[in-house]
Ligand binder design. Structure first.
Ligand code: TRP
Length: 329
């Protein structure tokens, strides 16, 4: 049985890409492993959310996670800032993280480009906090997408460096969790690239049917296939990719054949796609709203999760302090 840690930033609502690219696989993973799922609300501060937004976002993401089937009875589900032990480990790990390697991190360089007016030290040390999140539970597996691979590599390096520096084999070097099957990358509705929170190209699990219809009907396509048996262009392929995960196979086959025969009407395809997305998201949306209305339940989940996470985290911090040389008189 592996110990798995996975964090999600509390910066917005979950979309279909989050679901099919990760969460769907977590439902099985949580039954087979000792899983820690948390909401990374310290990391969220790197973009300076307004205080009134921060809490609402955390609550929303927690409710959405639970609505998707993340089970707090099986996994440890918690909020990062409820486990202050991680900030101590972060401080300690920062002493062995070098500014040069942090400056070379791809995500940091991207942030410099994206938010040149807010290049804070938290952005620079983002990978150190992420490493602390992982190693504080001595995790050996982390489910990561492409964009987080470098962060996981750095986590391995920090763990190894700690072990070497103190001549211990204390922290495991965590590997990527292998789902056994190719992870589906869900594209956005804007013609190219993957579905994202900030790209404005996503369908959110909490979207109403009206919003979903509007978004899908506006999705980018092309002017139609020109010659029979032509490969769909990227924007159209993207719609097929989404259709593949939400529609039944007969529907996909029907529109694939229509496309190949140059008889496709994208309007019809989009209508069908929108309805199939709604069929999938509607029960989840209902659940999200039920959970959001039950503050007592949310509070209980967060408190239980924090207690379990703190138990594991405080043990690690206690042991790490001792390894480093902090002793009581
Ligand atoms: N950096 C991750 C992301 O942006 C979120 C995250 C923070 C995380 N800490 C983590 C993921 C620990 C896995 C493990 O998606």
């Amino acid at each position: 049985m592996d110990t798995v840690v996975s964090g999600i930033r509390s910066t917005g609502n979950l979309h279909l890409g989050n679901y099919f690219g990760a969460i769907k696989n977590f439902l099985k993973m949580q039954r087979e492993n000792n899983c820690y799922f948390f909401i990374a609300d310290y990391h969220a501060l790197t973009t300076h959310p307004k205080p009134e937004d921060l809490h609402g976002n955390i609550k929303q993401v927690l409710a959405e996670y639970l609505a998707c089937g993340i089970d707090p009875e099986i996994a440890t589900v918690f909020i990062q800032s409820d486990v202050p032990e991680v900030s101590e480990l972060y401080l300690l790990m920062n002493m062995n993280a070098y500014v040069g390697e942090l400056e070379r991190t791809a995500s940091f360089k991207e942030k410099i480009r994206k938010q040149p007016d807010n290049i804070n030290a938290g952005l620079l040390t983002y990978p150190v906090l992420m490493a602390a999140d992982i190693i504080i539970h001595k995790a050996n597996k982390v489910p990561v997408g492409k964009d987080q691979e470098q962060h996981l590599e750095m986590t391995r390096r920090f763990a190894r460096r700690f072990n070497m520096m103190y001549d211990v084999s204390y922290f495991p070097e965590p590997d990527a969790y292998n789902f056994g099957e190719q992870l589906v990358k869900i594209p956005g509705l804007d013609g190219s690239g993957k579905m994202g929170k900030s790209e404005g190209n996503g369908v959110f699990l909490a979207d109403t049917p009206q919003e979903i219809r509007k978004k899908v009907m506006r999705a980018v396509t092309d002017t139609g296939p020109a010659a029979p048996v032509q490969e769909p262009t990227e924007p159209v392929k993207n719609l097929f990719t989404i259709m593949n995960v939400v529609s039944d196979q007969d529907t996909v086959k029907f529109f694939t054949e229509k496309h190949a025969a140059c008889e496709i009407r994208y309007g019809d395809m989009k209508k069908q796609l929108a309805e199939d997305i709604i069929k999938f998201t509607d029960p989840i949306r209902t659940k999200i709203n039920e959970i959001l209305a039950d503050n007592k339940y949310l509070a209980k989940v967060a408190a239980n999760g924090a207690e379990k996470a703190r138990e594991s985290a405080s043990k690690t911090v206690r042991e790490v302090r001792k390894i480093i040389g902090y002793r009581s008189f």
